[in-house]
Ligand binder design. Structure first.
Ligand code: BJ8
Length: 370
């Protein structure tokens, strides 16, 4: 069944070219805060941009500092080297004022591509919500103007509903791993989550998800398993998949959940379908428990809940080198993990392979301890 996701991903990367040829607006996104509902309501397609390997980082070093987060350098390197097909196909790139590195990268990126930056507030209070709602209204106007589109109550509601349905299914899929033993290997789940970001036909994606969930449910077996169960949290894990996620499995433990933007951060919380839709969209996105927010207490709470719900033995917090906000939150997440009865380890790393041996040794010691 997983093959269906791979096939769909491959086919749809070709389809992106067809969508472009048909005149569909293609909007490149970097972050979970990008309000996809507005893009879809404008008749556009939101595409995730490449940022998950070290190949373009040297090019980025010509303009960006070496000690910057690898995700930002890879994003920029891909953009200037024109090696990201999704970036090349994009009519506009949408960014948000999240961390400082990304903000400054967007300034440089604007020399290569049209960039629209949304001012994401730093807090989640009432005033911040009002600002964010205003930003979304301006973005809506921008999309209408740029793509000669009309965003109506009807097409926005349709976009909200389809995004909600996808979110619910993605959460259902991830939550299957609460079972013991977890039915989906962490590496497989990561690949599905990753691939699903590149499937543009929402209806087909929903169909494939439903079939996958059903097939997995039917194969659930109640067995005794002594495999240690690990939750991944922190920075996005796409660029460190081989040296962390795969390695954990090679060492005989299971990754049961991803509390990051590859996983649950992208899908938790629905947009309320009644009332003022722009305000509801603003509220939903402001709920994302990202470390860039002051104060981001929700993440520690979620970790505690996840440890119980997924019967986890350990939490591994991925900190990409140069990511100060996630690095600062490590103490909070360590405390939360301890409180909920799980062991904790933070792993600071970048996209290079230089520390693979060292990471394997640390993972080995951590898993032995569980
Ligand atoms: S919602 S996690 S995708 S900002 S890792 S670039 S924070 S220095 S990726 Fe992120 Fe949106 Fe938050 Fe998710 Fe900066 Fe940290 Fe690098 Fe980061």
């Amino acid at each position: 069944m997983r093959m269906d996701f791979d096939k769909l991903k491959k086919r749809n990367s070709f389809e992106l070219q067809n969508l472009k040829a048909e005149g569909k607006p293609i909007v490149g996104t970097f972050c979970t805060y990008s309000p996809k509902e507005l893009i879809y309501a404008a008749g556009g397609v939101a595409v995730s941009l490449c940022a998950n390997d070290e190949s373009p980082i040297n090019i980025a070093h010509k303009e960006l500092p070496r000690n910057l987060c690898p995700l930002i350098k890879a994003s920029y390197g891909y953009a200037v080297s024109k090696k990201c097909p999704y970036m090349n196909a994009s009519d506009i790139i949408v960014g948000e004022t999240t961390c400082d590195g990304k903000k400054k990268m967007y300034e440089l990126l604007a020399n290569h591509k049209p960039v629209y930056v949304l001012e994401l507030p730093n807090m989640t209070n009432k005033r911040s919500l009002a600002l964010w709602k205003d930003e979304l209204i301006s973005f809506k106007e921008f999309l209408q103007e740029k793509f000669k589109a009309k965003i109506t109550q009807e097409n926005l509601l349709e976009a909200v509903k389809i995004q909600n349905e996808e979110r619910e299914l993605m959460c259902e899929l991830m939550e299957l791993n609460k079972a013991i033993p977890s039915p989906i290997k962490g590496s497989e789940l990561h690949e599905i989550l990753f691939a699903s970001e590149f499937i543009y036909d929402k209806k087909e994606k929903i169909k494939t998800l439903k079939a996958f969930i059903e097939a997995t449910k039917q194969n659930l077996e109640a067995k005794i398993s002594d495999k240690k169960r690990i939750i991944i949290t922190g920075c996005p894990s796409g660029g460190v998949y081989e040296k962390i996620i795969k390695q954990i499995e090679n060492l005989g433990a299971d990754v049961v959940a991803f509390e990051n933007c590859v996983g649950t951060k992208n899908y938790r919380n629905l947009v309320e379908e009644k009332g003022n839709l722009i305000e509801n969209i603003a509220k939903r996105y402001l709920e994302i428990p990202c470390s860039v927010m002051y104060k981001n207490d929700k993440r520690a709470q979620i970790i505690k809940e996840f440890i119980k719900e997924y019967s986890a033995d350990g939490v591994i917090d991925i900190v990409l080198s140069g990511c100060h906000t996630y690095a600062i939150e490590t103490n909070k997440i360590r405390e939360a993990s301890k409180e909920a009865g799980a062991n904790y380890m933070s792993l600071e790393t970048d996209y290079s392979r230089q520390d693979s041996g060292q990471i394997r040794t640390r993972l080995e010691a951590f898993i032995e301890l569980l």
